[in-house]
Design a protein around this ligand. Structure first.
Ligand code: EPZ
Length: 418
């Protein structure tokens, strides 16, 4: 199992190019199952989650190639049974459910279960699909879905935590092939949902309202192959922005979409960060000491839950007290115990972390638990005194393309031990 050895004390300096978005690529790759024709997807990041999804597509019958960030897929036929061994390893694979039902009229998929950031239910996915006429039943940890015909409906997809990203994706993809009009109320507005809708429109789907809480999808008889380039990864961008700030460095991010980062930029500016447009990117500097801010994670366009752990790392070395409330995945605080091992002063009250900024963190061996928590531990290691050893780095490789190489290019002292 790989680990990363990080020596603290270096200010990040230079330019870093942001890769394509994992959370946009995964549902878009699933959407290629909706047509028997060839699809070409560009700017796909080379991540283990992406390779999992490509393995699932090929096990379902698609012909898949992946080279230099470009995926070509051709699913001339699609098997309705998803490979259990792969699906149970990656919850996001649930987003093949909508396309398989639309294509095959039935599906069998293992229930995603939970993960370290909390329970990952799919009740809203199944409620939305049932509204379209796809009935589901659970048996032995598997979900069996059947539908004689998909018929458009008005569907409310909100849950107690707000909208659901992959739930919106699944219902939207199924609705592209339903008879008549589907209206989704309380749809997720994330840029990745919008990107999926743009790809489906290129395939011939009739969708309006993507990126808003209300989407309308007019079913069509056939979807054809299409080409598409994935949007930049706003969470990778945010992670490197925090890297620049936590090391009081000076970093230019290129290949990003600033409009996807409005909330994050606002919150970082309120800490005292200088974030300014520069030659096709954003330049992040910290002219003086930062100050603590409070924030709450919310569905887009609110502060992203996928940036919560990284902000905990930043606030743990920022003077003042910060209250960080997690409203999307209330248990998503595995990183706090590891940050404490590095000297952070933080206590958890319900779903709120109260962080008292300390003078410095100290390097220590720490355990990565989930994708974003691992990134937070690397960020903490960049500023801690001494050496930090981040174990179970496969978590990071799921969602960050060559993070050690990108950080080294910015001057970080970071080494991957195989
Ligand atoms: C997507 O997961 C992302 N993953 C997650 O990123 C991200 O944290 C999450 O959206 C929230 O933004 C991908 O896009 C591949 P949800 P998703 O359904 O769609 C509850 C990362 O680090 N819920 O929007 O699975 C759920 O429990 C990953 O890249 C139900 O109750 O998340 C959660 O509390 C981690 N019933 C909330 O809604 C359902 O049927 C939001 O979950 C579905 C969800």
């Amino acid at each position: 199992m790989d680990k990363l050895i990080v020596k603290g004390g270096v200010r990040l300096k230079g330019r870093v190019n942001i890769s394509g978005s994992k959370n946009s690529a995964l549902p878009i790759l699933a959407a290629t199952l909706l047509t028997p024709e060839t699809c070409v997807i560009r700017n796909v990041p080379d991540l283990s989650d992406i390779r999992f999804m490509l393995e699932i597509l090929s096990r379902l019958g698609a012909k898949v190639t992946f080279e230099d960030g470009v995926v070509t897929t051709r699913a001339e036929k699609v098997d309705s049974e998803t490979p259990y061994d792969l699906v149970r390893k990656m919850r996001a694979s649930i987003c093949v459910l909508g396309p398989i039902i639309a294509r095959c009229g039935r599906a069998k998929i293992s229930e995603p279960g939970g993960c370290v950031i909390g329970d990952r239910p799919i009740d809203i996915h199944l409620k939305g699909l049932a509204a379209l006429g796809a009935e589901s039943r659970m048996e032995g940890g598997d979900v069996y879905v059947t539908s004689k015909e998909l018929v458009g409906k008005e569907i409310f997809l909100g849950g107690k935590f707000g909208s659901t990203v992959l739930g919106t994706d699944n219902v939207m993809m199924a609705a592209t092939r339903a008879r008549g009009l589907t209206i989704i109320e309380s749809a997720a507005c994330e840029p990745e949902v919008r990107d999926l809708a743009e790809f489906l429109r290129k395939m011939g789907a009739k969708i309006v309202g993507q990126g808003t809480r209300r989407m309308e999808i007019e079913g069509v008889d056939h979807l054809h192959g299409a080409e598409h380039s994935i949007i930049p990864d706003r969470i990778e961008a945010g992670t490197f922005m925090v890297g620049a700030l936590i090391t009081q460095g000076d970093v230019v991010l290129t290949g990003i979409e600033p409009e996807h980062l409005v909330n994050l930029i606002d919150r970082l500016k309120s800490c005292g960060a200088h974030i300014n447009p520069e030659a096709s990117g954003l330049r992040i500097t910290t002219p003086h000491e930062l100050s603590s801010v409070d924030f709450v994670t919310e569905t887009y366009p609110g502060f992203p839950t996928d940036m919560q752990a990284q902000m905990c790392a930043l606030m743990s070395v920022t003077p003042g007290i910060s209250a960080i409330t997690e409203k999307i995945f209330p248990h998503r605080f595995m990183h706090l115990s590891e940050l404490r091992r590095m000297g952070a002063s933080v206590e958890l009250e319900g779903a709120t972390a109260i962080i008292h900024g300390v003078e410095h963190l100290s390097g220590a061996p720490v355990m990565a638990s989930d994708l974003r928590a691992s990134a937070a531990l690397v960020l903490a290691g960049l500023v801690a005194q001494g050496t930090t050893e981040v174990n179970r780095v496969y978590h990071i490789d799921r969602g960050y393309e060559h993070i050690d190489q990108k950080l080294s290019a910015l001057g970080a002292q970071i080494e991957r031990i195989r």
